[in-house]
Design a protein around this ligand. Structure first.
Ligand SMILES: Nc1ncnc2c1ncn2[C@@H]1O[C@H](COP(=O)(O)OP(=O)(O)O)[C@@H](O)[C@H]1O
Ligand SMILES: [Mg+2]
Length: 292
């Protein structure tokens, strides 16, 4: 196969692993910095250029779109789709999963449980939307946040209200969420490829930190998922229209809760911990799926 790996940096662990897993299987791979792609749109002239050259078609495109480049990156992925290239994660699915609110709406509609979440636009409704979510502490997070950025833990209703108001002042889109106390600082990352869970880990935040992102220094630990957790991760991935995902979940008193679904999950933490060949699983899946 001829594969396009859309990534900003060929030295990233995940990019490297996907590159090596592909070439090991005899595929040729172009690593393409999608931010440096430019496009033409028009009848009979839809095209993608890179380094001054018009790109030909690929058998498979693997998008690894960074959170800060969602808009431009997904426009490029959509252009690949328009030209008939198979993209393992589709542009619309990447967009839906990047927006925490939109994801929750899709997931809740089909019976996936999550921390109770509120969202309001007008400052006059902030007090009420916070009360509806319920007791403190409460978490406020940006709709498009990643790696634990743009998150605040508010201990009191008053604090929650001030934080929401402050974010509104700078036009930031923020949601308010029930804090899952019983699992504070601990979450589960599940890697789904196609219809299968290929690996999972638990992440434990350092002392005094409630965010268990690896980028915030969380320790990674082995975990055995329950069948229910596996099913929820697979269903969430499918509902958002993704083929490859890293599903973040928390174990709560009322069962597993989904926090978010990541369309470009990092491979470093999970592969180094479990020894799983996640990159290889992804390429194996693409080999089968791109011909369907
Ligand atoms: N409602 C919550 N209750 C308790 N902890 C949470 C909650 N939401 C997020 N966290 C913690 O913060 C981390 C980051 O949250 P997440 O929603 O996954 O956003 P990000 O996109 O920044 O990773 C989670 O991994 C978890 O440890
Ligand atoms: Mg997360």
């Amino acid at each position: 196969m001829k594969i396009a790996l859309l990534s900003r940096n060929r030295n990233l662990f995940s990019t490297n692993r996907l590159y090596n897993a592909s070439t090991k299987r005899g595929h040729s791979v172009d690593i393409i910095d999608y931010v440096r792609c430019y496009i033409n749109i028009g009848e009979n002239q839809t095209s993608i250029y890179y380094n001054g050259q018009k790109l030909s078609t690929y058998d498979a495109v693997i998008p690894r779109i960074g959170a800060s480049q969602t808009s431009y990156g997904t426009a490029i992925v959509r252009q690949f789709e328009m030209l008939g290239n198979y993209c393992v994660n589709k542009s619309d699915a990447i967009i839906a999963s990047r927006d925490k609110l939109r994801s929750f709406q899709i997931l809740a509609k089909y019976g996936i449980d999550m921390p109770i979440t509120g969202y309001a636009s007008h400052t006059m409704d902030i007090h009420d939307v916070i009360e509806k979510v319920g007791r403190t502490p409460l978490i406020m997070k940006l709709l498009q946040g990643t790696q634990g950025n743009g998150m605040v833990l508010a201990e009191t209703m008053k604090a929650a209200e001030s934080v929401m108001n402050a974010f509104k002042q700078v036009d930031a889109d923020i949601l308010v969420q029930e804090f899952i106390k019983e699992s504070s600082g601990v979450d589960i990352r599940v890697i789904v490829v196609g219809n299968r869970v290929v690996s999972a880990m638990q992440r434990v935040a350092p002392e005094g930190e409630f965010r268990s992102n690896v980028h915030r220094g969380a320790a990674t630990k082995h975990i055995d998922l329950t069948l229910e957790e596996e099913a929820i991760a697979i269903k969430s991935t499918k509902l958002l229209g993704l083929s490859i995902a890293g599903v973040d979940m928390m174990r709560s008193k009322r069962g597993p809760l989904v926090l978010e679904v990541n369309s470009s999950p990092g491979l470093q933490g999970i592969e180094l911990l479990t020894g799983a060949d996640v990159a290889g699983e992804i390429i194996n899946f693409i080999e089968k799926d791109c011909n369907r």
